[in-house]
Design a protein around this ligand. Structure first.
Ligand code: ATP
Length: 318
């Protein structure tokens, strides 16, 4: 269950957290930099799908570079020495931050800033032709009010095909139906995150996977303005449109990013404008679970932490 493997070049300082895929340590690298070191569990390495997911996370994390995506420093995708060293966030994930704040929620400006950063990360990924597939508060890391999107284990380049997946509380209707995922599916998950941060509750609840699926497919959440009247109307409107049942009715991540920056009184930075269309990426070789697969009714595709699991949202693992 636990991993006591040492990774050459790193001194393990202490355990930061335990996920379904890996143990995450605070570690020091040979340049004396503190990093979060992800070391996969033995069972992750032993399971084909889990090992491929970890390998995918390593390769994509090291390939992409954006200020609002958790930065990867080094890694080995497969084998007994597999690891991933990433930027360390002392404040932890957005989930950790919200737990510490409870019963209060993020002040409006702080929530808009976090959402703008996540929208910026998605704009960049979508510009590369990639989808993230697991946008949720557990995968957003926070430092001094700024946010970075992490966990690229389920991400893939749409041109190369991949398997639709997600976390049940955040999964788009088309993913529940087993159709292919696209940027619009990430926008839907972003809409759930935005609803949580701005509305203070989830848009859809359910006591089972089936109940959640029925809610995401058929129900409509109360308007955000009814939950938080002080919201900028344009942001509330885009937040609701992000939850549109049909992918084509949703705004793009870039639309949402612009609206959030406007609400914060800012303009799109030049590098973000460039990232919209000209991001340079050489897609990595896809393996195993990332070759095109016939899609059947989507099942959540991975174990999960906390209360929004990819496999089973009702099983708590930590
Ligand atoms: N970059 C980081 N900085 C600080 N803490 C981190 C970082 N990455 C992970 N952690 C901590 O480690 C915990 C486990 O990380 P994570 O959820 O990414 O594990 P995983 O096993 O790789 O992913 P999953 O559970 O989704 O399969 C997090 O909940 C968080 O507390």
């Amino acid at each position: 269950m636990t991993s006591d493997r040492s990774i050459p070049g790193y001194t393990l300082l202490h355990l930061l957290g335990r996920g379904d895929t890996s143990l995450v340590y605070l570690a020091r690298n040979s340049q004396d930099r503190e990093v979060a070191l992800k070391v996969p569990h033995e069972r992750t390495l032993a399971g084909r799908e889990a090992a491929e997911r970890f390998g995918n996370e390593v390769r994509l994390t090291l390939q992409v570079r954006h200020p609002q995506i958790v930065r990867g420093f080094a890694g080995t995708p497969f084998g007994p020495q597999a690891f991933l060293a990433v930027q360390y966030f002392p404040e932890g994930s957005l989930c950790d931050v919200l737990k510490r704040l409870a019963p209060c929620s993020l002040p409006l400006d702080a929530a808009l800033r976090v959402l703008a950063d996540v929208a910026s990360a998605l704009t960049y990924l979508h510009g590369l032709g990639a989808v993230h597939q697991d946008v949720k508060r557990q995968n957003v890391y926070v430092q001094e009010g700024r946010a970075a999107l992490g966990d690229l284990g389920s991400a893939y380049f749409t041109a190369q095909g991949g398997r639709a997946s997600g976390s049940p509380y955040y999964m788009a209707p088309e993913v529940y139906r087993g159709e292919s995922a696209g940027g619009a599916s990430d926008v839907y998950s972003f809409g759930v995150l935005a609803y949580e941060l701005l509305g203070g509750r989830r848009p859809f609840a359910g006591d089972s996977y089936e109940e959640l699926m029925a809610a995401h497919l058929n129900r409509f959440a109360p308007p955000l303005l009814s939950l938080r009247p002080e919201l900028p109307p344009a942001v509330a409107r885009l937040g609701e449109l992000a939850l549109a049942k049909r992918p084509a009715d949703r705004p793009t991540a870039a639309d949402i990013h612009r609206a959030l920056l406007a609400a914060l009184g800012e303009n799109l930075a030049e590098e973000d404008t460039a990232a919209l269309g000209t991001a340079d990426s050489t897609p990595v070789r896809q393996v195993g679970r990332h070759v095109p697969t016939p899609l059947v009714t989507a099942k959540p595709t991975g174990p999960e932490t906390g209360d929004a699991g990819r496999w089973n949202p009702f099983r708590r693992r930590k």
